[in-house]
Design a protein around this ligand. Structure first.
Ligand code: LLP
Length: 387
């Protein structure tokens, strides 16, 4: 399955913009649903942080997934796209009072709580509304993921989560409070993980913690293992759909789920990553001393991942059929030397006006755009609107 770009339509649109191939998105969602249906008690929430474009969110909601939100704004976006409140979980290390109130007003499924002070505030705010909030504790499993340092979250000294050693104490506090109901444990070890061994390490840790809880006669109904499944940035066409079968099977084989427990997943990148591309235009080809630069009208304000994480996004010249391939440093127009999409990139010979696609940009692309340099935010189009 290869993304076919409607180039004639692209020529009519101001660049840069995001383009979402809904066939890839729908096929990905169908695969998630097919694979997860093999297990009675697995449930998938889409991590809204990866992409909250309303058109994309609506397609995801139609597929039946729940939503994992990390802010009041994301809860609003999910509700607006039609996600049922009963399928929304709310995580985040710093939930403001108004955000907790919003979650309480909508009666969302669960708050993933990251500290005792937060637990106490949720209890207080729920009491003021005469409600009882479902809570799960985010436990830091001290499992390192083999991914970029900025996107691993599960190590011991981390702003996220509650240390494993404090788990019992925190549960005791929750059991005393009248307006929270302790229903589960939550984990997340990082993002862009391709080595199933990392998820196996998490399963082993969850098993240990469950044994400890069982020794105290505490049985939780819900285990949430977060997200993190990676995508193939090098070959967006060869393998557009991640190996969900292997991913769910890994959890089924290694995590000892107790009867009546539900296992929740919060997948972001694996769902929207491959359906999106950033489309931009070449402004200039500039000859340097030892290299040449392709200067695009898109920059780090539109797609920050290369500048922030040295992330690689495959690039394609959509306009040129020129059989000559040349090597370019592909850069943006922002006044920052880190505004580079790639060094020594081979492209079909580039000229001013050519359209360049930066692939695999459907997750953490449009949503992380900024207005730095007083630039406009890029628009997002789905393939169905451009036929
Ligand atoms: N659950 C929690 C608690 C998370 O913190 C995250 C991502 C997810 C789920 C979804 O993870 P995913 O399935 O997408 O890997 N901006 C970075 C990625 C940051 C991920 C933050 N947390 C990037 O562009 O690579």
């Amino acid at each position: 399955m290869k993304t076919v770009f409607p180039i004639h339509k692209f020529r009519e649109l101001p660049t840069p913009f995001y383009y979402y191939d809904t066939k890839v998105l729908r096929d990905t969602l169908a695969c998630v649903n097919r694979e997860v249906a093999r297990y009675d008690n697995f449930s998938v929430h889409y991590a809204v942080k990866a992409n909250a474009n309303p058109k994309v969110l609506t397609i995801i909601r139609e597929s039946g997934l729940g939503a994992d939100c990390v802010s009041g704004g994301e809860i609003r976006a999910a509700i607006k796209a039609g996600f049922p409140a009963g399928k929304i979980v709310f995580a985040g290390v710093g939930k403001a009072d108004w955000e907790i109130d919003l979650g309480l007003d909508y009666d969302i499924f669960c708050f993933n709580v990251e500290s005792v002070p937060e637990l106490e505030v949720i209890n207080e705010l729920a009491a003021a509304k005469g409600k009882v909030a479902n809570v799960a504790f985010r436990i830091n499993p001290n499992v390192g993921a083999h991914t970029h340092a900025n996107i691993t979250t599960g190590l011991a000294e981390n702003k996220f989560g509650i240390s494993m050693h404090d788990m019992d104490k925190v549960i005791d506090v929750a059991l005393e409070l009248k307006h929270v109901k302790f229903i589960g444990l939550h984990f997340h070890i990082g993002s862009q993980i391709l080595d199933m061994g990392d998820f196996i390490a998490l399963c082993n840790r969850v098993n240990e913690l469950q044994d400890k809880l069982e020794a105290r006669h505490i049985l939780v109904e819900h285990i949430n293992v977060g997200g993190g499944l990676g995508i193939d940035y090098d070959h967006p066409n060869r393998q557009p759909i991640p190996d969900f079968a292997d991913y769910f099977r890994t959890y089924d084989e290694h995590l000892k789920l107790r009867p009546h427990q539900t296992l929740h997943f919060e997948l972001g990148r694996a769902i929207t990553g491959q359906c999106g591309s950033l489309i931009s235009k070449v402004l200039y080809v500039k000859q340097g001393t030892n290299k040449q630069f392709a200067i695009l009208d898109a920059g780090m304000t539109d797609l920050i991942r290369p500048a922030l994480y040295q992330a690689h996004h495959k690039m394609e010249n959509l306009t040129s059929q020129d059989p000559v391939v040349e090597t370019y440093d592909v850069v943006g127009p922002i006044c920052e030397s880190s505004d580079v999409f790639g060094k020594a990139v081979d492209l079909n010979k580039v000229k001013r006006g050519d359209l360049i696609a930066l692939r695999s940009a459907g997750a953490y692309g449009e949503i992380m755009a900024s207005g730095y340099n007083c630039r406009e935010l890029p628009k997002g189009y789905i393939s169905e609107e451009l036929v």
